[in-house]
Design a protein around this ligand. Structure first.
Ligand code: MN
Ligand code: MN
Ligand code: ZN
Length: 295
């Protein structure tokens, strides 16, 4: 937890940098919150993230969101899907609920004009990696089949590999992309905490280069559309997903310095998912620190 005696200074930036924003009070308020602390990109849930389904948006809500998007100039926007969804589930009822909820998430993004729907691939819950990946592929095909001509991309997030969660190796994401009927609808998001916990050592210069090289050869930088910028409470290869403030975790400053200065990723949105309070001062501190890393 970051504690402060004084309010952190708000800085403007031309870097694509932001944070996950609450939608409490209406979907458009995420943009207002982002603007308030000078985010140039944000992530948001398009509904309560602990519920399977939500009331469809009214036309008024959609209009307001679009007007606010334009006014704020915050772009790109990234939606994160609801935590209940498991596209790999071996339980029939959960799988069905997950697929319906994922379809609904795609529809909500398309309505709001959000280009990216970030999601965790899924947890196989004991059926094994290969069968789990296969189930994810089938789930995506089912959802994509019903959303032909949608522009929103389905963005696979790298995971820490906690429990039976899939997506902790770049190869697993590649298997999913290769397996779906419409691979052009798939993109990838790197979560720095997750890949570190999964065993990709981005804390050293050598490890960082090796990891990015591996990502490029397995996934390809052209498929990378976002970073989740989180330090990790837990160690390299711990397979435990616990986010920490930038520079205060096991990744430490160097890994983020390398990332912020990496010209290959200058155009990729970088979004914080670190703990924060209602006034968002922790985001301001973390964003200022990340900006200060840029040479
Ligand atoms: Mn996530
Ligand atoms: Mn994440
Ligand atoms: Zn996480």
């Amino acid at each position: 937890m970051i504690t402060l005696d004084t309010k952190p200074e708000l800085q403007t930036t031309n870097v694509l940098l932001g944070s996950h924003m609450s939608i409490a009070g209406g979907i458009w308020t995420a943009l207002e919150r982002g603007k308030k602390i000078n985010c140039t990109t944000i992530q948001l849930f398009t509904k309560n993230n602990n519920q399977w389904l939500a009331k469809p948006f009214s036309e008024g809500e959609i209009d307001k969101f679009k007007a606010e998007t334009e006014k704020s100039k915050i772009a790109p926007l990234v939606a994160h899907d609801c935590y209940l969804i498991n596209l790999a589930s071996s339980k029939k009822d959960i799988l069905e609920k997950s697929r319906n909820a994922f379809l609904d998430e795609l529809i909500r993004c398309e309505q709001l004009g959000i280009p990216y729907l970030n999601f965790h691939p899924g947890a196989h819950l004991g059926i094994g990696i290969d069968d789990g990946l296969q189930r994810i592929i089938e789930s995506l095909n089912w959802a994509h089949e019903q959303t032909k001509n949608f522009t929103v991309k389905s963005v696979l997030e790298t995971t820490a590999g906690q429990g039976t969660n899939l997506g902790f190796r770049f190869e697993q994401l590649r298997t999913i992309i290769d397996g779906v009927d419409e691979p052009e609808r798939m993109k990838v998001c790197i979560d720095t905490c997750h890949i570190f916990a999964a065993g990709y050592d981005i804390a050293t210069e050598e490890g960082y280069e090796k990891t990015m090289k591996e990502f490029n050869s397995v996934i390809g930088f052209e498929n990378l559309v976002a970073f989740h910028i989180n330090d990790s409470k837990k160690g390299l290869g711990s397979r435990v997903d616990r986010h920490e403030h930038i520079g205060q975790g096991m990744i430490g400053e160097l890994g983020f310095r390398l990332l912020m200065n990496d010209k290959r990723f200058a155009h990729i949105p970088k979004i914080l998912e670190t703990p924060k309070s209602e006034d968002m001062h922790e985001d301001v501190v973390n964003m200022n620190l990340l900006k200060s890393f840029i040479d």
